[in-house]
Design a protein around this ligand. Sequence first.
Ligand SMILES: Cc1cc2nc3c(=O)[nH]c(=O)nc-3n(C[C@H](O)[C@H](O)[C@H](O)COP(=O)(O)O)c2cc1C
Length: 181
Amino acid sequence: MVKTTDIGRFYYYFPQAVTVVGVDRNVMPVAWHTPISAQPPLFGILVSPKRYTYSLLKQEDGFTVNFMDFNEASLIAKIGGTSGRDIDKLKKFKIAYKPGEEVNGVIITSSYAAYECEKHAEHVIGDHSLFVGKIIVIHYRKEIITLDGLIDEKKLLPMLYFGKDRYITVNPQTTVVHKRG
Ligand SMILES: Cc1cc2nc3c(=O)[nH]c(=O)nc-3n(C[C@H](O)[C@H](O)[C@H](O)COP(=O)(O)O)c2cc1C
């Protein structure tokens, strides 16, 4: 290995699963996201103050997080290259959705799972803000879930982002199970 102290964009964490965050009637892809706590169930998203979504997150009490499969990669590129400041993305890209039941965000019909999150905390961290949501409702497609509550890797191709507009998925045949310890 070589080393550098010229840190730049430190892209070595890719690939990242892409989610779509919905606030009010706007949607944006978010690759920087993380589960934070199991009990209470907390999920974090990192959003730059440059995004229109950021101003909506500041105003609203909650947001949605939609998980979509690899077939939706071109839609992700579209909603990640446009701003809700300029267009109504739901209309322009003909995105089927229903409004959240508990929060002011959208549940995208083609997603395989979606969280409705109440805004729990916000922390400014460097050039992004961490919005922490408490998950209060989960919508999911029953047929893709195993008895353990995990996604069945044979039933969907997850959407991963590799940086610089490259999307990739996984080959389910590479799954191996190693018991811990
Ligand atoms: C695959 C992908 C992942 C992205 N992840 C993030 C992210 O985690 N945080 C962020 O602030 N912006 C991220 N972006 C950029 C925003 O999605 C993009 O600037 C979007 O157009 C903002 O829309 P808005 O202005 O309607 O909020 C990502 C873009 C793409 C294409």
